[in-house]
Design a protein around this ligand. Structure first.
Ligand SMILES: C[S@@+](CC[C@H](N)C(=O)[O-])C[C@H]1O[C@@H](n2cnc3c(N)ncnc32)[C@H](O)[C@@H]1O
Ligand code: SF4
Length: 438
């Protein structure tokens, strides 16, 4: 029998970490401080992956998971932990990454930002699969460590009215002629309309169209269809005259229209707080020239411009660059913004110098981080005195922080987490860097 272990910490996937017989054991479902038994499902010479067995001494933070699919569905990994304790654990993950990967410490730890723990998820990519054995169609996230679609009936992290659509959607797809040719439904919720993008590998029949139309009317949603590979090709199917898909940032008087397959932050309530915090740290002033790198549809660019600064937004997707330009116009901010298409993973110092001097810079990269960006910053006066870095991956933030602090003469003034993805292991964080006085 395997001896019980004491859990020392949480890893980046939300697993408990313990040591036994010279190996590191990563245990799903175990929390720091707990004494547990475990069942290994993968054994290597220096580590094991395991599922929790018995919890012999539970942590104070242990709670009963709210969702009946927790444990099977791969969408959440921390529902057995109190939501506030999750944030504290994520803060620790951020600090540990900064210390061990970046070899830096933040002068100030920003208080963590909390929001609603349930019903926050306004974007989701649901897989669809016809499973004869289950007697019909499944619509849901993948099961943990598997390509099977979970037999989901409701989802607690999605808004209730959308969670309630899961069973009707299963029935709807099951009644279509192409029930085994619909691999995915993308959920994209706005303030005035809820969109479901149906990926279809074969054309619909006229009877299918009648069924979709009736479903949209009954449940007050808009269907988009995506017959080809590229998400940008998705087009409104029914109703064609639905209100536009958008989110708003009332504090900055901004309306942000978007296409249902374009990147937007999954948690719009938290996004408002994230933008406010980023702007407070950046403190843009009229007359300043600011860069917004990985700007997407202008989520930070337009609020910065609203404060009177001139902002250059840089983004890799041509469609998003177009969208950001349209959004700037729409909000009366075209005159103090410019958007540039650039692959920011492949820039160098000469490119950065060619963009001219920036007083400040905001960086919000994908999980890979922004190593080329930080390496491209000059060491002298050409580098912006202040950088706000928004990150969805503490490991790459820590790596880039190491370059900024050890290689480019910045100080890490503040860092903290924003609880953008409750019950998942994802950590959203924000950091402020300033040039050390010379
Ligand atoms: C985390 S999102 C942030 C978007 C935006 N700041 C927001 O808050 O909505 C990262 C953005 O980086 C863009 N991106 C991904 N790879 C890129 C690359 N190599 N060069 C430039 N932009 C890239 C994506 O298209 C996406 O818009
Ligand atoms: S993603 Fe939804 S269905 Fe899956 S465990 Fe989380 S709340 Fe439950």
């Amino acid at each position: 029998m395997i001896a019980p272990v004491t859990i020392e910490s949480l890893d980046q996937e939300g697993r408990g970490v313990a040591h036994a017989q010279g190996k590191v054991i990563f245990i799903e479902g175990a929390l720091p401080g707990e004494v547990v038994t475990y069942n290994p499902y993968r054994k290597k010479s220096n580590f094991e992956m395991a599922q929790v067995g018995q919890v012999l001494k539970p942590a104070y933070a242990r709670v009963t998971p709210q969702c009946r699919h927790f444990g099977t569905c791969g969408g959440c990994s921390l529902q057995h932990m109190d939501a506030r304790a999750q944030v504290a654990a994520k803060q620790r993950i951020l600090e540990d990454n900064l210390k061990h990967i970046g070899k830096v410490e933040s002068e100030l730890i920003l208080p963590a930002v909390y929001g609603a723990a349930w019903g926050y998820r306004y974007r989701a990519r649901l897989s669809v699969r016809y499973v004869a054995k289950k007697g019909g169609v499944l619509v849901g996230f993948h099961e943990k460590r598997s390509s099977f679609v979970a037999d989901m009936q409701a989802c607690e992290v999605m808004p209730l009215h959308i969670s309630r659509l899961i069973l009707p959607l299963r029935e709807l797809v099951g009644s279509l002629s192409i029930l085994d040719r619909i691999p995915q439904i993308e959920v994209s919720l706005g303030e005035e309309v809820d969109v479901l993008v149906l990926r279809i590998l074969e054309p619909l029949t006229s009877q299918d169209e009648v069924l979709l139309t009736a479903f949209a009317d009954r449940h007050h949603i808009q269907f988009f269809l995506q017959p080809e590979g590229s998400p940008q090709t998705a087009y409104p199917f029914y109703p064609k005259d639905a209100p536009e898909l958008n989110y708003t940032l009332p504090e900055f008087d901004i309306v942000m229209p978007f296409h249902p397959t374009e990147f937007t932050q999954v948690n719009p309530a938290m996004n408002r707080i994230l933008v406010r915090r980023a702007l407070n740290l950046l403190d843009p002033q009229p007359g300043e020239r600011i860069a917004d790198l990985f700007c997407g549809l202008g989520n930070f660019t337009l609020p910065i411009a609203r404060r009177g600064a001139y902002v250059a937004g840089y983004e890799g997707s041509a469609a998003m660059v177009r969208r950001a330009g349209e959004n700037a116009k729409r909000n009366g901010l075209a005159r103090n913004t410019q958007f540039v298409e650039a692959n920011l993973f492949e820039i160098n110092e000469a490119w950065m110098q060619g963009q001219g001097y920036f007083d400040k810079m905001l960086i919000d990269p994908p999980r890979e981080g922004a190593i080329a960006v930080v390496n491209s910053l000059g060491e002298g006066r050409t580098a912006p005195p202040r950088i706000v870095y928004v990150s969805c991956n503490p490991a790459t933030l820590a790596r880039d922080a190491g370059v900024l602090v050890q290689g480019k003469g910045y100080l890490l003034k503040a860092a903290g987490v924003v609880n953008m993805f409750p019950h998942t292991a994802h950590v959203e964080s924000i950091a402020l860097f300033e040039k050390a006085a010379v």
